[in-house]
Design a protein around this ligand. Structure first.
Ligand code: B12
Ligand code: SF4
Length: 444
């Protein structure tokens, strides 16, 4: 069977396409199926999209969706259905946690809940055989009942290496994932909801969190290097630094064999001075830390993150001293946060002096703890899935702060960004540009 993955661009430019199709295409190909990739530019017209799809002659179309991609995908897939009967399956974070709304849309026939490899292969096999699709674990067929979840795949070393043609990477800059799942309880994070989903539905089958062996990660990098240039590795794991013995051994083997510069996402609670020096010696050039708020109260009481501001100061200093550039991610207008607390974030930012940073107005991603809180408290508009998810405005009706407050604070951050860009050294510019997209994607 021939599967076509459509990648829906949002207005921002990302250095990599959705990772999910990279894993899924590799898995399908390993089982004798064909897979193709088509980017749907955010301003592409329907005629061009339909022609692009027709040219690929797919038997099944797959889309991987975040919440930000949802409205555009819904519009395009609805229109596509009027000119094509090729079945469509949606997977990823958004369909997993808002499956009813996604399945209700015209032009979407199946939703994949959670991990997709085995589920998609079973679906393809059933469609090819003209068999019923109801009853395939993880696959929710339109009009059918919610499916059971299959256990997480283990060990993940058994998965084929990511199909790079699905990722649309710049030559020599590769994105690699060494684990699945994150054990932390951050209330705003959609990534951690996979752990919660599997813990709830398949407790007896083991946890969602799994990591590849060093040998397996190195084998993938060797294969990439054998196929073309390899200048920079971006590890996309939610929190690369979770398991210290794994990281220590990684530094030894990667440093000894490859030493290709790399970057990663980390949480300040999971690094120490020694580890940072080991990472630097292995080639680590850049770490993206989720700071989120400068208010310890907001982090502790609203976000379930207990690190102190002093911990952030120490870790940012250690990172610099180890010769690694640090990037910080911030969230503005988290439910329950006051204007004064948002200013604490700005104050902490000036102390941390990251080489780059990104800031987003809080968005309640479906499935997260804060999503349910906002819904319960009446802060979430009923039609939230009909509204675009944008970085500069809140879709919530928040207590204590107004839309104008958020605009003011967003403008202050925009100004800080402009001044920081003007003051950066050439080396810092180059480093931030190399994997600057990480600042925006990182969640740890
Ligand atoms: C790498 C990454 C990126 C990359 C790639 C994006 C991607 N979707 O893969 C880039 C840089 C582009 C990116 C950008 C952004 N990201 Co990002 N990103 C991540 C990150 C850290 C890792 C993703 C990853 O490695 N996945 C590994 C694969 C194996 O997992 P998976 O994608 O879930 O795929 C599996 C299943 O979901 C399923 N599946 C997935 N797609 C499909 C499709 C089909 C057809 C089927 C059958 C199954 C299926 O099968 C896959 C294999 O088992 C995640 C956190 C996370 N852990 O998910 C955040 C995350 C996906 N990003 C997020 C966000 C919000 C963003 C940004 C808006 C920036 C920001 N931080 O605010 C932008 C938006 C991008 C966009 N186009 O909309 C949110 C999404 C929340 C949501 N509900 O929408 C996450 C969850 C982090 C968070 N804040 O909670 N991101
Ligand atoms: S924000 Fe980072 S550390 Fe927290 S649960 Fe999500 S991925 Fe894990």
């Amino acid at each position: 069977m021939r599967m076509l993955f459509l990648e829906f661009d949002t207005e921002a430019e990302w250095g990599v396409a959705s990772l999910g199709p990279g894993f899924l295409a590799a898995y399908l190909r390993a089982h004798g199926h064909a897979a193709a990739f088509l980017r749907v530019a955010h301003d592409a017209g329907m005629d061009a999209i339909a022609a692009g799809v027709r040219a690929e002659a797919p038997d099944l179309i797959g889309v991987s969706l975040t919440t930000r991609q949802w409205l555009r995908a819904r519009a395009v897939l609805g229109a596509l259905r009027r000119v094509s009967n090729v079945p469509v399956i949606a997977g990823g974070l958004h369909p997993t946690f808002a499956p009813e709304a996604v399945l209700a849309a015209e032009g979407i026939d199946f939703v994949c809940l959670g991990e997709g490899e085995g589920a998609l292969l079973d679906l393809v096999t059933a469609l090819e055989a003209g068999a019923a699709t109801e009853g395939i674990a993880n696959i929710w067929t339109k009009g059918g009942a919610r499916p059971l979840l299959r256990p997480p795949m283990a060990p993940i070393d058994g998965l084929p290496f990511t199909a790079r043609d699905m990722l649309d990477e710049r030559p020599g800059v590769v994105h690699v994932s060494t684990q699945r799942g994150c054990p932390f309880p951050c209330t705003y994070c959609a990534a951690r909801m996979y752990d919660a989903l599997y813990a709830e539905r398949a407790a007896e089958d083991g946890a969602y969190g799994r990591r590849r062996s060093h040998e397996n990660v190195l084998a993938e990098l060797r294969a990439i290097r054998a196929a073309g240039p390899l200048h920079y590795v971006i590890f996309l794991d939610d929190t690369f630094t979770i398991h210290h013995p794994w990281v220590k051994r990684f530094c030894e083997v990667y440093g000894a064999e490859l030493r290709v510069p790399f970057s990663l996402n980390a949480r300040v609670e999971t690094v120490n001075e020694r580890m940072l020096h080991e990472l630097a010696a292995a080639g680590c050039r850049h770490i993206v830390y989720g700071v989120e708020s400068g208010s310890e109260r907001v982090r502790r009481e609203i976000m379930k993150r207990s690190a102190t501001n002093q911990r952030f100061r120490d870790v940012f200093r250690w990172t610099r001293e180890a010769g690694i550039l640090a990037t910080a991610n911030y969230i503005l207008a988290t439910p329950g946060e006051t204007m004064a607390e948002m200013r604490e974030t700005i104050a902490l930012h000036h102390e941390l002096q990251p080489v780059d940073f990104a800031f987003f107005v809080f968005y309640p991603y479906p499935g997260t703890e804060l999503f349910y809180l906002c819904r319960e408290r009446g802060w979430l508009p009923e039609n939230h899935l009909e509204r675009p998810a944008v970085h500069r405005r809140s879709i919530l009706r928040l207590p204590g702060i107004t839309e104008a407050d958020i605009e003011t604070i967003y403008a202050e951050w925009t100004d800080i960004r402009a001044r920081a860009a003007a003051g950066r050294t050439r080396a810092e510019h180059a480093a931030a540009a190399e994997d600057g997209v990480r600042a925006r994607a990182g969640v740890a």
